[in-house]
Design a protein around this ligand. Structure first.
Ligand code: 2AM
Ligand code: CA
Ligand code: CA
Ligand code: CA
Length: 262
C-alpha cells in the first residue's frame, strides 16, 4: 500500500526546493540548446531540475517509476505500479524569453489512475494541486466544480500555429470564429491551471507529450473537467497526441460539433 500523504508531502517539499533553485538561476547565465528544431529549447536548468526530482524520488521511493521529458527517468513501457510523470520546466521558451509563464508539472499515477497532480507556478510561488478523491486546490483555496459554458461565451487557449493549415475543413478555424476569445500562453501546464481556475474555458493542442498533460489532467478531472484527444478518446499516458481539455458540456460540443466528421 502506498502512503499517499507522505508522497504528497515529499512532492510539495521538492517543488518548493526546485522552485527556489530556478528563481536563483535568473541571476546566472543559462546554457540554451535546441532539441527537435530551432524553436524547441532546452536549458541546463530543465536538466538540473529533472535530475533533482529523479534523485530525490529514487532515494525516497525506490519502487516508483519516473517518466521525465529530459530523459533522466526510467524507460517506462507500461503504466503498472506508481509512475511520476515530470516536466521540470513546462514553457521553456517562456522561461528563456520572459522569466515567467512557465511551470513545473508532475502527475503521479498508480496502475494508470491519477492520484496526485501538481502544477507549480514558480515565479508567483503558487501551487495548483489535486489529491484524487479529495479535491483540487489553488494554494489554500479549494477549487469548485467546473460549470457548463456555451461555445459563444468561451475563452479558449490555443497556439496560433494550429490555424496555419490550409485545410478548409480545419475545425479549429470554425472554433476560433465561434468562441468569445482566444489566448496563447505557451505552457500547457499554465493552460491546464487556467482551465482549473476558470480563467480559460478550454485548451486545445495538436501535440502534447505525457509530461505536458499528466499533472494538469489529474487536477482538471478532479473538478469535473474533461480531457481527451481530438477524437474524444482518453489520453494515452505513454504517448504524445492531440489534447482537448474543457469544462463539461463545452467539451462535448467541441468534439461533437467541430471535430467529428459530419
Ligand atoms: P515545453 O516547454 O516543456 O517543451 C507550448 O510550446 C507548449 O507545448 C509547452 O507546454 C511545451 O512544453 C509544449 N511542447 C510540446 N512539444 C513541443 C515542441 N516540440 N516544441 C515546443 N514546445 C513543445
Ligand atoms: Ca521541451
Ligand atoms: Ca512541456
Ligand atoms: Ca519541459
Amino acid at each position: 500500500m502506498v502512503n499517499w500523504s507522505s508522497v504528497d508531502k515529499a512532492a510539495k517539499e521538492w517543488l518548493k526546493e526546485a522552485g527556489k533553485s530556478i528563481v536563483a538561476s535568473f541571476e546566472t547565465a543559462l546554457q540554451i540548446d535546441t532539441k527537435a528544431d530551432a524553436n524547441d529549447l532546452v536549458t541546463n536548468i530543465d536538466k538540473e531540475v529533472e535530475q533533482y526530482f529523479t534523485s530525490q524520488i529514487r532515494k525516497t521511493f525506490p519502487s516508483h517509476n519516473i517518466l521525465g521529458e529530459e530523459g533522466f527517468g526510467d524507460e517506462v513501457q507500461s503504466t503498472d505500479g506508481v509512475i511520476w510523470i515530470i516536466d521540470p520546466i513546462d514553457g521553456t521558451m517562456n522561461f528563456v524569453h520572459q522569466q515567467r509563464n512557465f511551470f513545473i508539472s508532475i502527475g503521479i499515477f498508480e496502475n494508470g489512475k491519477g492520484k496526485l497532480g501538481y502544477l507549480y507556478d514558480v515565479v508567483h510561488n503558487e501551487l495548483y494541486y489535486a489529491i484524487s478523491g479529495e479535491g483540487a486546490y489553488w494554494g489554500d483555496l479549494k477549487l469548485p466544480m467546473l460549470e457548463k459554458v456555451e461555445v459563444s461565451e468561451a475563452v479558449i487557449g490555443l497556439n496560433a500555429m494550429l490555424l496555419t493549415s490550409n485545410d478548409v475543413k480545419n475545425p479549429l478555424i470554425s472554433i476560433v470564429k465561434d468562441v468569445r476569445g482566444t489566448r496563447s500562453y505557451g505552457s500547457a501546464a499554465l493552460e491546464f491551471a487556467y482551465v482549473a481556475t476558470g480563467r480559460l474555458d478550454a485548451y486545445i493542442s495538436k501535440t502534447l507529450s505525457p509530461w505536458d498533460f499528466a499533472g494538469g489532467k489529474i487536477i482538471v478531472e478532479e473538478i469535473g473537467g474533461v480531457v481527451t484527444d481530438f477524437k474524444g478518446e482518453p489520453l494515452n499516458l505513454l504517448k504524445k497526441g492531440s489534447v482537448i481539455v474543457a469544462k463539461p458540456g463545452l467539451h462535448e460540443k467541441l468534439i461533437n460539433e467541430y471535430f467529428q466528421e459530419k
